[in-house]
Ligand binder design. Structure first.
Ligand code: SF4
Length: 405
């Protein structure tokens, strides 16, 4: 009996179609999955917080309240450098004013509901409750030489992807700039208190605060463009105006909102851009990523290429490998062809294995199929590396914790 190679096995492989399991995708009048690009009018946002404002705006607000404007800088140091909003710890402020100043600038934004920690302690998933009861998640991961936080940018999501727990109830609202940033400040506090274990290159912790941000938590960041960009600015602003992070460590990821990608390319901030493509052909992508009905795969790839041309920064293509759905060798070849047609050296492909989920259509590809997919792309000259999937044991995929609550 001849042994089948993955390629010959691939020829006979079935085509599994994307469909929501255990919930019903809301459909629009055109019979396609409904898309929601903006929150409903009159949905309230949380009270204004220090992190929503520039340093000058913070000073102006304090002045307006009859308080000393220069206190803005001290409060900013407490928040962005000491990670505290507790007036008791602000001993450089006059005791009689601490409470009033803290109340003016630090309304409670995120309340911890749940914290799941991996056995070795190097990955923590947080579930936060917001002022209006909305639930969002962030995931903190230590790697040698860096600490990455995966942040949420919206409560729910309007992109209605059939595989995603977050999108099941649509978009509740956009998160505010300060809500996005508070995820980082809270994570930094946990790290400072020794709550994130794991070791760096020399066997010691070699990053003592969050160094890298990925906008891959709940929500479509480019659908909340203004607040997300404000948050990015505050991440890279010098301390104490902001967190003083490196822009290169920040990755904004999208399912393909083409006009917003083009706008991002004009921002002149050297962040990393990632396109969640997941299929190179519209036939499949129309169902897998419903926003594809608005902007097709080629238009999204063109926008990604435009980002590279405008910024000179290599872009990432995210590709979740799903068994018998999008992991066929011909799709790897088509993806390579489409990327190479635009140029060389401008893109990196990151396939991500899904969690193995027996009985579900949303399950990981077989290891040899994944390897073949990678080989086809690499052999075609497209740098491709399998992404690490941290946090599997704590329900790593976005939205799972909030959905369970
Ligand atoms: S996968 Fe991303 S874009 Fe799609 S519904 Fe989930 S959070 Fe939204």
């Amino acid at each position: 009996m001849t042994k089948q190679t993955p390629s010959s096995a691939g020829l006979n492989r079935p085509q599994v179609r994307p469909t929501a399991e255990g919930w019903k995708q809301p459909m629009g009048p055109d019979g396609r999955p409904q898309l929601q690009f903006a929150q409903k009018p009159r949905v309230s946002q949380p009270p204004q917080h220090l992190a929503d404002m520039t340093l000058a705006e913070r000073s102006a607000k304090l002045k307006e309240m009859g308080l000393q404007a220069f206190r803005a800088k001290q409060l900013s140091v407490h928040y962005f450098q000491h990670y505290t909003t507790d007036p008791e710890q602000m001993t450089d402020l006059p005791a009689a004013q601490r409470q009033e100043l803290a109340e003016a600038m630090f309304p409670t934004l995120l309340t911890e509901v749940k914290r799941l920690v991996t056995d070795n302690g190097d990955t923590i998933k947080f579930l936060w409750r917001l002022f209006d009861g909305s639930l969002v998640e962030s995931v903190l991961m230590r790697y040698p030489g860096r600490v990455t936080l995966c942040v949420s940018s919206q409560c729910g999501c309007g992109m209605n992807c059939p595989f995603c727990a977050t999108g099941q109830n649509g978009l509740t609202r956009n998160m505010s700039t300060a809500e996005i940033l508070d995820q980082i400040v809270q994570a930094n506090r946990v790290i400072a208190e020794g709550g994130l274990k794991g070791t760096g290159r020399k066997g010691v912790h070699d990053a003592e605060r969050v160094t890298n941000i990925v906008f891959m938590g709940m929500g479509e960041p480019l659908a909340n463009y203004k607040r997300v960009m404000n948050a990015v600015h505050r991440m890279i602003d010098e301390a104490p105006e902001g967190l003083g992070m490196s822009a290169r460590g920040i990755t904004v990821s999208t399912v393909g909102l083409v006009p917003a990608i083009n706008k991002l390319a004009e921002e002149d901030i050297p962040i990393t851009f990632a396109l969640s493509l997941h299929a190179p052909d519209d036939e499949l992508r129309d169902d897998l990523i419903p926003v594809n009905s608005r902007w097709k795969a080629d238009a999204a790839i063109d926008a990604a290429y435009n980002y590279y041309q405008k910024t000179g920064r290599r872009v990432s293509i995210e590709y979740a490998l799903i068994k018998d759905m999008n992991d066929h060798p011909w799709r790897a070849a088509l993806l390579a062809k489409k990327l190479n047609a635009r140029g060389r050296g401008w893109v990196h492909v990151n396939p991500i294995p899904l969690n193995p989920t027996p009985g579900s259509i949303w399950t990981s590809s077989e290891p040899e199929v994944m390897q073949e997919f990678l080989d086809i792309l690499n052999d075609a000259g497209v740098p491709t590396t399998l992404r690490d999937t941290r946090g599997k044991e704590i329900d790593g995929a976005c939205g799972q914790l909030a959905a369970a609550e």
